[in-house]
Design a protein. Structure first.
Length: 326
């Protein structure tokens, strides 16, 4: 790893779903880095490739039809793509954990929540059943649920409390990398704030690196250190949070900010991005955003943009900035 500072490096990663209707290019030549203790926000519309990226890191892309076509996922200096399933099972839930999108379907309805947390602990740590149960109660306390409720079943908890249980399962073995796939989508605003606050505190307590998958730029501002904006399987802008919010470069990123209401400006209407995400089996030629882009040039439909570093640590895939460099 570069200077041993990066916990995870994704290099030229491509993931496709090969179906009867055509090939879905879910992730295309992705490059990302996450440092120890850092939080990366992965932002984009539905269908941008965010969840597929997470499943790729976990090596859980459903096959068939999904397949990692090329690239590397270097975690703690080792390429996860080249590891066997038995080696990956020792990493999943132990060093890399994932909080899935819907807490209502993530838990087993016929097992107590304590047993579900203890199961992960017994699988990855050399402990007996009593010690695993004790660890489960301890984790429930950490996420704000009384440990005595470890014998309760998922249906006895509210949506927000189920999400806390899912977080407890993910953090039970003190993972070095936590992937959170839209962890607050199904929750009301008050509970969202509590869950985000909880995740932020636990992240600092365990010094865990985190990938936060979301379409909410407010969540990104509150939780993340770096941001990757995704569109049609491509990371089109990648930088730190402050720079993205003060100086967005890509027309798509600017469009996302234009779609958010601003209490300080006197605007009668928002400015949504025109059009829809492209059909994933029929991505436009050249830059995939060019049919919707207000600054599109003729060349945008002919040539794919390269990853251009417009300033130190700020990368953009846009021909506007390639031309500027020239």
């Amino acid at each position: 790893m570069k200077d041993n500072k990066n916990l995870l490096e994704i290099k030229d990663l491509s993931i496709h779903y090969i179906t009867d209707d055509g090939t879905v290019r879910a992730v295309e030549e992705m490059n990302l880095e996450i440092g120890v203790g850092e939080t990366l926000g992965l932002v984009g519309e539905t269908g941008a490739g965010k969840t597929t990226t997470a499943l790729g890191i976990m090596n859980l892309v459903p096959n068939p039809p999904g397949k990692i076509i090329g690239g590397e996922i270097v975690f703690e200096g080792e390429d996860l793509v080249k590891k066997s399933q038995s080696e990956l099972r020792k990493i999943r839930g132990n060093k890399i954990s994932m909080i899935f999108q819907d807490p209502m379907t993530s838990l087993n309805p016929v097992m107590t929540v304590g047993d579900q947390i203890a199961e992960v602990v017994k699988l990855h740590q050399n402990v007996n059943a009593a010690e695993a149960t004790e660890r489960a109660m301890e984790m429930l306390e950490k996420v704000g649920i009384p440990g005595t409720r470890h014998k309760d079943f998922p249906h006895q908890f509210s949506g927000g409390m189920r999400q806390r249980v899912v977080i407890a399962i993910a953090l039970a073995c003190n993972p070095t990398l936590l992937i959170a796939d839209e962890p607050t989508t199904a929750l009301d605003v008050t509970i969202q704030a509590q869950v985000l606050d909880l995740m932020r505190n636990l992240k600092h307590e365990f010094n865990t690196s985190m990938i936060m998958i979301t379409h909410d730029l407010g969540v990104v501002a509150e939780v993340c250190d770096k941001v990757a904006i995704m569109y049609a399987g491509n990371v089109i802008e990648y930088t730190d949070v402050k720079r993205l919010y003060t100086s967005p470069k890509h027309p798509y990123t600017i469009g996302l900010f234009g779609s958010i209401p601003d209490i300080e400006s006197d605007e009668s209407r928002l400015k949504p991005i025109k059009g829809l995400m492209p059909d994933p089996t029929n991505i436009p030629s050249g830059c995939p955003f060019h049919p919707r882009c207000p600054k599109a040039m003729d060349i945008c439909s002919q040539r794919k943009p390269k990853n251009t570093e417009v300033e130190p640590g700020h990368f953009v895939k846009c021909l506007l900035f390639e031309n500027t460099e020239k």
